[in-house]
Every structure is written in structure tokens, then in C-alpha cells.
Design a protein around this ligand. Structure first.
Ligand code: FES
Length: 89
């Protein structure tokens, strides 16, 4: 994902802001990312993505979502309409 694209579309929190927060604050649990400009506290769509970035940081990887911003936003539209997330199978 382009670091300047939003992970939390509700509160316009970019991947760069989330990653900088992860580096600076070293949150012990992923839910602490809500302290990063409210990320994840709106519709809830981005919470798995936030958890993934947090996990990547915990595992010593460079935090980065591989999904395109367009696909991410489209999946969120579907989620907001139906409450369903895409299958991870
Ligand atoms: S996209 Fe982050 S809470 Fe809605």
C-alpha cells in the first residue's frame, strides 16, 4: 500500500501515520492503535488491517499492507453495506 493512502478511511489515518505510531509508541496490543488519531474506532473495517500492521511490526517485518488502496476501499464499501468481510480462504 502506498504509505500515504488511508488505512482508516473513517478518520483519514494513513499507513505512514500508523507505522510511525508503531515505531514511536511500540504498543503492546493492537487495540492501542486507536490512540493514533482514532484509527479503528469508527465503522471497524480497518481493525484487521491495523492488527496486521501491528503483527508485522511485532515480527520484525516492515509493516505494509499488500492490498491495493482501490481494492481496500471497495471491500470497505461492501463491508459497510452488508457487514461482510471478504473470505480469507
Ligand atoms: S475505516 Fe477505520 S474505523 Fe472505519
Amino acid at each position: 500500500m502506498d504509505p500515504d493512502r488511508d488505512i482508516c478511511l473513517c478518520f483519514h489515518v494513513s499507513q505512514r501515520k500508523v507505522v510511525n505510531y508503531l515505531r514511536r509508541e511500540r504498543p503492546r496490543v493492537a487495540s492501542q492503535l486507536s490512540e493514533c488519531l482514532g484509527a479503528g474506532t469508527g465503522c471497524g473495517w480497518c481493525r484487521p488491517a491495523l492488527e496486521q500492521l501491528w503483527k508485522q511490526m511485532q515480527d520484525g517485518e516492515e509493516p505494509n499492507l499488500t492490498i491495493s488502496p482501490e481494492a481496500y476501499a471497495e471491500q470497505r464499501r461492501h463491508y459497510r453495506k452488508t457487514g461482510e468481510r471478504p473470505s480469507t480462504d
